[in-house]
Ligand binder design. Structure first.
Ligand SMILES: C[S@@+](CC[C@H](N)C(=O)[O-])C[C@H]1O[C@@H](n2cnc3c(N)ncnc32)[C@H](O)[C@@H]1O
Length: 424
């Protein structure tokens, strides 16, 4: 008997002994029976049998249950339990993004939602970990993700170290080219020139700051809350010969003073949480010169799901980006209107480009997985990140999430070109 067979047999034994585990299994299986649609889910169970759910109207995805502890985890902890059980190797699949696509379609279906209301109510009793994001909390949250180590991020990002959605103008472009397109588009939206001084809130490893200074000759002050990131970004700026134009600060945007002709913020606003949205827009208003403009790239969740999502614990928030929350468009515009004189001048959804961005990151992560291990990350970490990247890829592919480039300005600003609203 192999090790896997032994553990499966033990688990079956455990399941037989526990009525609760049996009940959990039947709750989950009957939930799948009733609600999976738009594709087929084939589950290989630990007793050797196979169960099939859904229909053939979409792709078939096969998943193998390796440990029956998965049932009670999912029954009691919902989506968080599903992620935790994957990390614990309680199930496997050869097509993680495909499985998420099917589950996301199912999860967004109205009948399914009605059916799981009671379970959701139970899960809502467990609030999100932290929603305040005080100065101290924000720094520790960012530290937990970004200070994992620059060498980890270098393994899977492109050479510009852009950690946000790329933009393909032609399908044959590389990830690095698509990232440059995204940066160029943001600079064009801001109509940057050599007289500008841009404040970049959430500068990451400096990709936007370097691009803007190199291509447009403007000054850029970039802010990050990750010490490791700031150090590498400064080195990259110096190596690009742009130290005279670009300053990278380890600083919370809430403490920043001064006046900037333009503000850019690329996928940073997801880090701050609901309560801080008005604080963010008030800061933009305070820091932006007259006739200035703000370009924000933000991941967004459809409005109709926002209230439920922000009150429900979330696996990504718990295990990947502590303190994070994906805003909806109306949450953004409501906070902006309440706290600032800014209004929406342009909008483009580049969300469809996020699935290929994430697919590339995940493929690179897998190709370098031995290097990831050599850096000291264990199997649980690797499975956590695999789950994170695959889940996000599916969320963008199914349009459960989108990604918007917004241009904001104040009334009577005649220095910007005509407004644009573009949906992908
Ligand atoms: C997803 S990364 C995006 C980085 C970069 N814009 C890019 O596209 O590659 C989010 C960035 O926001 C920064 N950040 C988050 N909260 C911040 C805060 N309160 N003040 C300043 N920077 C913050 C993080 O340190 C990180 O650099």
């Amino acid at each position: 008997m192999t090790a896997v067979e032994t553990s499966a047999a033990e688990v079956v034994g455990r399941t037989r002994r526990s009525p609760l585990a049996r009940a959990a299994r039947s709750v989950v299986l009957s939930g799948l029976e009733r609600y999976v649609a738009g594709g087929e889910l084939v589950l290989e169970l630990t007793d050797g049998s196979t169960r099939s759910f859904g229909d053939r109207s979409g792709p078939t995805v096969v998943a193998r249950v390796e440990d029956d502890r998965l049932w009670s985890r999912i029954a009691t902890r919902g989506r968080i339990g599903l992620g935790e059980s994957y990390v614990e190797r309680e199930w496997e699949t050869d097509d993680l993004p495909g499985l998420f696509e099917l589950l996301l379609k199912t999860g967004n279906d109205a009948t399914y939602r009605a059916g799981v209301t009671r379970l959701n109510r139970l899960q809502r009793l467990r609030p999100r970990l932290s929603s305040r994001n005080s100065l101290r909390r924000a720094r520790s949250n960012i530290h937990r993700h970004y200070d994992l180590g620059n060498d980890l991020f270098e393994l899977f990002l492109d050479e510009s170290m852009s950690y946000s959605c790329a933009l393909w103008e032609r399908p044959d472009e590389s990830l690095a080219e698509a990232q440059q397109n995204k940066l160029r588009r943001l600079c064009e939206r801001l109509e940057l020139g050599p007289d500008d001084h841009v404040l970049e809130i959430g500068c990451g490893w400096g990709s936007f700051a370097i691009h803007a200074a190199r291509e447009h000759g403007c000054r850029v002050t970039g802010l990050t809350l990750s010490a490791a990131q700031a150090e590498l970004a400064r080195g990259r700026v110096a190596r690009a010969g742009l130290a005279g134009l670009v300053e990278i600060r380890f600083e919370d945007y809430r403490l920043t003073t001064g006046r900037y002709s333009k503000i850019a913020s690329v996928e940073m606003i997801e880090a701050i949480g609901h309560r801080q949205l008005p604080v963010f827009f008030a800061a933009c208003d305070r820091l932006l010169a007259r006739d200035g403009a703000v370009a924000i790239q933000a991941i967004a969740i459809p409005d109709e799901r926002y209230e439920r999502y922000r009150r429900t614990p979330d696996w990504i928030e718990r295990y990947i980006f502590p303190g994070s929350l994906i805003p909806s468009m109306s949450a953004l515009t409501t906070a902006m209107t309440k706290a600032s004189r800014l209004h929406l001048h342009g909008l483009e959804d580049i969300g469809p480009h996020y699935a290929p961005t994430l697919r590339e990151w995940r493929a690179r992560f897998h190709a370098r997985v031995e290097d990831v291990s050599r850096l000291g990350y264990d199997e649980r970490f690797i499975r956590t990140w695999d789950y994170y990247l695959a889940y996000c890829e599916a969320a963008f592919r199914t349009r459960s999430l989108f990604d918007v480039q917004l241009v904001l300005t104040r009334s009577f600003n005649r220095s910007l070109g005509s407004p644009k609203i573009i949906a992908a």
